[in-house]
Write a protein that binds this ligand. Sequence first.
Ligand code: ZN
Length: 266
Amino acid sequence: MSDDGDAVPSAPGADDPVLDEPVLDGPVPNGPVPNDPVPNDPGHAESPEDYHARILAAADAEGRLPVAVEEMPGWDIYPYEIDGLRLKPLQPLVDAEPARRGEEARDCWCASGFGPDDGTTVWSNARWRLALADSTGLPVQLILSPLEHHDLPSLPSDLAAEMGQLVVSISDAVEHVPSVGRVHVAKYGDGSAHLHLFFFGRPARIPQFRGSPLLDWEENLPRVPLPVLQANARVVAERLLVHVGGQTGPLGREPAPDGAGAAGPS
Ligand SMILES: [Zn+2]
C-alpha cells in the first residue's frame, strides 16, 4: 500500500489500504455544515476528551488495554493465537481529525476524471463505477464509487437512492461467484475522502473466515491470480448488466479467443 494519492477507484487493490490508513499531513477543520438545519451543538453527548479519558482509565501503566479473551479474540473465527497477544498502548488524543486524500474536490482524483481505464473497471454507468482490487486473497474484492465528488454523509438523495439499489445488486452478484460464501460490505473513508464502498467476497465453505476477522485473514492469504479474479469479476459484471443496466468494463467482458479482450493491469 502507498500514500501517493492515486485515485482510489482506479487502483483499489494496490493503492488503497482496505482499512484506509489515515494520511497524516495536516489537520482538517471541523466546521459547521453550511445550510444544516440541525444545530451543531449536541452538548449532552460525550466529548472526545471524555471518551479518551474513559478508555485510558481502563488501561495499564503502559497504556495497554487487556485483550478481551471472552469476546472475539477468544472465538474460533479469530485468526491469532491468544498466547503472547497484547494490544499496542493507546496513543494520546490528537488535536483534530487528520486530513484525508482528496478532502476538497479540486484535490481529489475526480477533478481530472478516471482517465484511461487501467483495466480494473468491472462495471459502470453514467454516475457510478465498480472497480476490482487486483491484489487480494479473496475470490473477489470490489470498490463502488460515484463519479462526482461526494462523501457518504453528504451524498445527494438521488445518488443515495441509486446506491441502495446498487448495494443490493452488487451483493447479489458477488454471492453468485462460485467460490464466495457471503458478501461483506464496508465503508471506512479514513484514507480517501471520495466515497468508496467495499464489497468483500468471503470464501465459501470456510467458516473459520466468517465475520469481521476476514480482513485480518485476507492480509495473510496468498494473492489470487489475476486471471481467476477476472473470471470471478465477469460473473459480477454480467449479473449487474442484466439487473441494473450500465456497461461492463474490461474485466467484465468475456475475453476474445486470442486473449486480446482480456484487458488487465499492465
Ligand atoms: Zn472526488
